[in-house]
Design a protein around this ligand. Structure first.
Ligand SMILES: Nc1ncnc2c1ncn2[C@@H]1O[C@H](COP(=O)(O)OP(=O)(O)OP(=O)(O)O)[C@@H](O)[C@H]1O
Ligand SMILES: Nc1ncnc2c1ncn2[C@@H]1O[C@H](COP(=O)(O)O)[C@@H](O)[C@H]1O
Length: 187
């Protein structure tokens, strides 16, 4: 059983690594960004409410994420473990997650924090924008997302250091080397 949180700034490689590790462990990779992008494409009510925040690179209001995560962690495939990517994104979401796990009588095994220098992040995101066409991978929105990360998400590194196991990993290595470091940390 593994319940893990992948932390790190935009472009650190959370999604890339979470997909690989989740597949190897046979647990779901739960990316709130992916779920929200799906909702925007499908133009659901959630997507309509989230879109303007996502376009600007700002966080979507907590109340929209809370039901989404509660529903997702209650699904049958999530009973065998999960990797959360993109959630929690601020301290209040982290408190919510702690309360939800208590309610579900679940604990979590730790947070993996991927560290990558800002210029590498910007280069990766611009390249991802060119290749995959993610509309928030443009210079202006990337700048906002990095600011939002520093102000609202980076405090979670200290939060998880204080509350439980946090392992920081150098994410500025090849894909394979980062996967190997994560595996070593997970034992
Ligand atoms: N170790 C690596 N070396 C080079 N490129 C990488 C590495 N890891 C990921 N990338 C590339 O960098 C881009 C960002 O990676 P990824 O989407 O996994 O980041 P993320 O942390 O999930 O970002 P976001 O939070 O913005 O969704 C992708 O195009 C991915 O292919
Ligand atoms: N946990 C979240 N809280 C608020 N907003 C979120 C959250 N997860 C995703 N978002 C929004 O979606 C985009 C893209 O997210 P990625 O994790 O980078 O795919 C993000 O900028 C927020 O607007």
């Amino acid at each position: 059983m593994k319940r893990l949180i992948f932390l790190g700034p935009p472009g650190a490689g959370k999604g890339t690594q979470a997909k690989i590790v989740a597949e190897q462990l046979g647990i779901p990779h739960i990316s709130t960004g992916e779920i929200l992008r799906g909702a925007v494409s499908a133009q659901t009510l959630l997507g309509q409410k989230a879109q303007s925040y996502m376009d600007k690179g700002e966080l979507v209001p907590d109340e929209l994420l809370i039901d989404l995560i509660r529903d997702r962690l209650n699904q049958p495939d999530a009973q065998k473990g999960w990797i959360l990517d993109g959630f929690p994104r601020n301290v209040s979401q982290a408190h919510f997650l702690n309360d939800l796990l208590q309610e579900l009588d679940q604990t979590f095994d730790g947070a993996i924090n991927l560290e990558v220098p800002d210029q590498v992040l910007i280069d990766r995101l611009l390249e991802r924008g060119r290749k995959e066409g993610r509309t928030d991978d443009n210079e202006e929105t990337i700048r906002t997302r990095l600011e939002v990360y520093n102000l609202q998400t980076a405090p979670l590194v200290k939060f998880y250091q204080e509350h439980s196991a946090l392992k920081s990993i150098n994410g500025d290595l090849s894909l394979e080397q980062v996967t190997e470091s994560i595996k070593q940390v997970l034992g």
